[in-house]
Design a protein around this ligand. Structure first.
Ligand code: PFF
Length: 446
C-alpha cells in the first residue's frame, strides 16, 4: 500500500484541523443563531455540548484516522475488513460534496463583497441600502456563479498541491493571520461607547429564551463547527505521525474553535448594541447589519475589509478539508491522480452548487419540500448526514474497535491516563449516541 503524505509538524496538523473546524459555523451561523436564541444561554449550551459531544467525537475520529493511516474509506476497510462500515466514509464523501456545493456559494458572496468594498461601492450606505445591495448581488447569476467558481478554483489549487505544500502551508499562513486580524477587530469593537450591552448579551445567560429547540440547535452547532461526522477529521489525522499527541491536539483544536466563536461574538455583539441595532437579524446579520455598523465608525470600512478577509480565510480553510476528503479517497496517495481528481471533483461540486447559487435569484420561486435548493442542501447535510455519520462513528468505535488497541493508539505520543481514557470511552459509547439520537428525533418531528 502506498505510504501517505504526512503533516510536517504537530503545529501544521493543529492549524489545518482548526482551519477545517473554524469556518462559517463559528463566524456566520453562530452569531445569528445566538442572536436569535438569547445570546449567553445559547453560548453556555454550545460550550457544554462541545465538551461532552464534540471533544469525544473529535478524538474518536482522530483515533480511526491515525490507526489506519488511510483515507476515509480505506480506514474503515482496514480496521473492519470485509464489512460494510466503509460506507461511513462514502457517506462522508457525499456529505462534503453537497456541503461544499453551497458553502462555496457563501464563499463567493464574501469575495464579491470584498470586491465591492475595495472598489468603494459599499461606502456610507444605510441598512436598507446594504440589504438591497446584498440581495441584488446574490440574485445576480453571473456575479454569484462567477464568484463561486473563483472560490472553488482557489480551493482546487491548494488541494492539487498536496498535504504539506498545499493544505499545511495555506493554513500556516491563513490561520495566524486570522487570529491577528480578529484580535484587531475585537479591540475595535469592545472599545466602542456602549459596547457593554453586547457583553451582557453574549455572556449573561438569559434562560427565559431557551426552548427545547435552542438546546438542540446548540448541539447541532457544536457538531457542525467541529466538522464532525463526515470523516474530515479522520482524513486529516491519517496524515498525523504516530509520535504526535492526539488528545492534546484535540483539546487545542476545540480550544481554538471556542476562542473564535467568542471572538466572533465579541466583534459582532458589542458593535451591534453600540449602534443600537438588533442582534436577531438572522443569516444576513453579517452582510447587512455589520457593514451598516462599520460604516458609522472612523475608518470603519477598513475594519470591514479586515473582517471580510478573516471571514474568507476561515471559509477557505474549511473548504480545503472538504475537497481533501474526496480527493484523498479517489487518488489514494498518487500525486498525478490527486491533481486530476481535485479538478474533476472541484468542478463537479461547482456544477452541483449552481442551483444553490441560483436559489437567491432565478430559482427563488422553486421549492423542494418547502425549502429552496440552498436551504435543502444545508438542512440535509447539517441535520441528516452529519448526525448520522457521527452516530455511526461512535457505534463503530465503541463496538468494532478493540478497546485496548484504541488505548494504545491514543496513548502513542501522549501519556494519557487510563482513567481519562475510560471516561472518554464511556462518553463515546453511551452519551454521544443517545444525544445524537435525540437531535435526530427532533429533526424528524420537524
Ligand atoms: N466546521 C465548518 C464550519 O463551521 O464552517 C464546516 C465543516 C467543514 C463541516 C468541513 C464539515 C467539514 F468536513
Amino acid at each position: 500500500m502506498k505510504q501517505q503524505e504526512q503533516f510536517s509538524s504537530r503545529l501544521g496538523f493543529i492549524l489545518s484541523a482548526a482551519g477545517a473546524a473554524i469556518g462559517l459555523g463559528a463566524i456566520w451561523k453562530f452569531p445569528y443563531i445566538a442572536g436569535e436564541n438569547g445570546g449567553g444561554a445559547f453560548l453556555l449550551l454550545f460550550l457544554i455540548f462541545t465538551m461532552i459531544l464534540g471533544l469525544p467525537l473529535l478524538l474518536a475520529e482522530f483515533s480511526i484516522g491515525r490507526t489506519a493511516q488511510q483515507n476515509a474509506v480505506r480506514s474503515f476497510q482496514i480496521i473492519a475488513p470485509g464489512t460494510k462500515w466503509y460506507l461511513i466514509g462514502i457517506l462522508g464523501m457525499i456529505s462534503v460534496f453537497v456541503l461544499l456545493s453551497f458553502y462555496s456559494v457563501v464563499g463567493g458572496w464574501i469575495i464579491t463583497y470584498f470586491w465591492k468594498m475595495i472598489t468603494g461601492q459599499l461606502n456610507g450606505l444605510t441598512e436598507p441600502e446594504y440589504a438591497e445591495i446584498f440581495a441584488s448581488t446574490i440574485a445576480n447569476p453571473a456575479i454569484s456563479l462567477g464568484a463561486q467558481l473563483f472560490f472553488m478554483i482557489i480551493t482546487i489549487i491548494v488541494i492539487t498541491r498536496g498535504v504539506q505544500n498545499g493544505i499545511e502551508q495555506a493554513n500556516k499562513i491563513m490561520m495566524p493571520a486570522l487570529a491577528i486580524l480578529f484580535i484587531i477587530l475585537v479591540i475595535r469593537s469592545v472599545t466602542l461607547d456602549g459596547a457593554s450591552a453586547g457583553f451582557s448579551f453574549l455572556f449573561y445567560p438569559d434562560f427565559s429564551k431557551v426552548t427545547a429547540h435552542t438546546v438542540l440547535d446548540a448541539m447541532g452547532q457544536s457538531f457542525f463547527t467541529l466538522s464532525l461526522g463526515v470523516s474530515a477529521m479522520i482524513t486529516y489525522s491519517s496524515y498525523l505521525p504516530k509520535d504526535q499527541n492526539m488528545p492534546k491536539s484535540a483539546v487545542s483544536i476545540v480550544a481554538m474553535n471556542i476562542m473564535v466563536v467568542l471572538l466572533a461574538g465579541l466583534v459582532i455583539f458589542p458593535a451591534v448594541f453600540a449602534f443600537g441595532m438588533e442582534p436577531d437579524a438572522g443569516p444576513t446579520l453579517l452582510f447587512n447589519v455589520l457593514p451598516t455598523i462599520f460604516s458609522q465608525m472612523p475608518a470603519g470600512m477598513l475594519f470591514f475589509a479586515v473582517f471580510l478577509i478573516v471571514f474568507l480565510f476561515a471559509t477557505l480553510t474549511s473548504a480545503f478539508s472538504m475537497l481533501e476528503i474526496i480527493v484523498a479517497v479517489l487518488s489514494r496517495g498518487n500525486k498525478r491522480k490527486r491533481k486530476q481528481w481535485a479538478w474533476i471533483i472541484g468542478f463537479a461540486i461547482f456544477l452541483f452548487g449552481i442551483p444553490s447559487s441560483l436559489s437567491f435569484g432565478l430559482l427563488s420561486d422553486v421549492s423542494l419540500f418547502g425549502k429552496s435548493w440552498f436551504d435543502l442542501a444545508d438542512y440535509m447535510v447539517s441535520n441528516v448526514f452529519m448526525p448520522t455519520g457521527a452516530l455511526l462513528i461512535s457505534i463503530f468505535i465503541s463496538f468494532k474497535m478493540k478497546k485496548c488497541a484504541l488505548y494504545e493508539e491514543i496513548k502513542s505520543g501522549s501519556n494519557l491516563r487510563f482513567s481519562v481514557f475510560q471516561a472518554w470511552f464511556f462518553l463515546i459509547r453511551y452519551i454521544v449516541p443517545v444525544l445524537i439520537i435525540l437531535v435526530m428525533l427532533d429533526v424528524i418531528k420537524g
